[in-house]
Design a protein around this ligand. Structure first.
Ligand code: APR
Length: 310
């Protein structure tokens, strides 16, 4: 049996963190990829991680490169490449720049790892996942975006703090787009099986939901220069582990919808079954009127960004 191979495209804050987590968890050998202009720093980061292996005792090699032949036959590819929005840059500019990055990365993946499953993190993530889906021509089950695992993690972290209960016992549930337009399903959220709605007053729960919605912005403001990367990387690795170990986890993914929830031809955050075949199932839930309206707003926000795409 061969060891699994994971390529992480984009060796910035999130990519490097995800690569290190993947190695520490021994999900497979890791190839960290960035543009030729950043080849030396990428090699340096990878070598630095590999030199931690004897200390931490992980059997996973880490290599840095700008050459996609090194990624050949990857089982999983994680895409964090791109630029973050800078002051003065319009959203349209960002979409167009990152779309170009996604197209070039996707064509390299399709060329060198035609059987890979792809996890996309680059923002705006719904539209970027769609771009990778179109460009690779891979089946929809193997092109997946990350947002709900992170949004849920943020929600659970805030709830755990609020209740002084272990994060292990908190379960949250988020549908829809990333951040601002996420649709939290608090009626499916629990602490040790006890519905959160019986433990936290409605107004307070709404405050926690609102903090979750703007959770990305809270980090951006605190960092002052850059966006969140520890929790985003951890979220990616939870999804990666589910796929690599065929765990059959029920996790929110950004999935391509063809009729589910009444939407067609868009990527949107929905509950999925994640296993060796990528998205193995999309769970369709009965939504309340209010939840459906919120999900429509999310879907429309995704379509608005998709209209900017070439
Ligand atoms: N191929 C490979 N790597 C690329 C390419 C490309 N075509 N274009 C840019 N990159 C690399 C950059 O050189 C940089 O090292 O992507 C990396 C991005 O890293 P950071 O700027 O540190 O950004 P990060 O904070 O990791 O966020 C990455 O994730 O959460 C999202 O919104 C965030 O879209 C952003 C992405």
């Amino acid at each position: 049996l061969k060891r699994k191979k994971i390529s992480v495209i984009g060796a910035g804050f999130t990519g490097a963190t995800a690569a290190f987590l993947a190695a520490q968890k021994e999900l497979g050998d890791v190839v960290l990829v960035d543009i030729p202009q950043s080849e030396n720093p990428t090699k340096g980061k990878a070598l630095d991680m590999w030199e931690a292996a004897p200390v931490q005792g992980f059997d996973a090699h880490v290599k840095g490169t700008s050459d996609y032949t090194d990624t050949a036959d990857s089982d999983l590819v994680i895409i964090t490449a791109g630029v973050a929005r800078k002051p003065g840059m319009s959203r349209d500019d960002l979409v167009q720049i990152n779309q170009k990055v996604m197209k070039s990365v996707a064509s390299e993946i399709a060329k060198h790892s035609s059987n890979a499953t792809i996890l996309v993190l680059t923002n705006p993530v719904d539209a970027m996942t769609y771009t990778v889906f179109k460009e690779t021509g891979f089946p929809k089950s193997r092109v997946i975006g990350q947002s709900g695992v992170l949004d849920t993690a943020r929600f659970c972290a805030f709830v755990a703090e609020e209740l002084n209960i272990s994060v292990k016992d908190i379960r949250g549930f988020v549908l829809g787009g990333h951040g601002d337009t996420m649709v939290p399903l608090t009626r499916y959220s629990y602490a040790g099986g006890i519905p959160l709605e019986t433990l936290i007053a409605p107004e307070r729960l709404e405050e926690i939901v609102q903090r979750t919605r703007v959770g990305g912005g809270e980090i951006v403001n605190l960092l002052g220069n850059g966006s969140a990367y520890y929790a985003p990387a951890a979220a990616l690795i939870e999804m990666a582990e589910a796929i690599i170990k065929d765990q059959k986890r029920v996790l929110p993914s950004i999935a391509y919808l063809e009729g589910e929830y009444g939407y067609n031809g868009i990527y949107l955050g929905v509950p999925t079954l994640l296993g060796a075949n990528g998205i193995e199932k999309i769970f369709e839930l009965e939504l309340t009127e209010k939840e459906k309206v919120a999900l429509d707003v999310s879907a429309e926000a995704v379509r608005e960004v998709m209209r900017i795409l070439d």
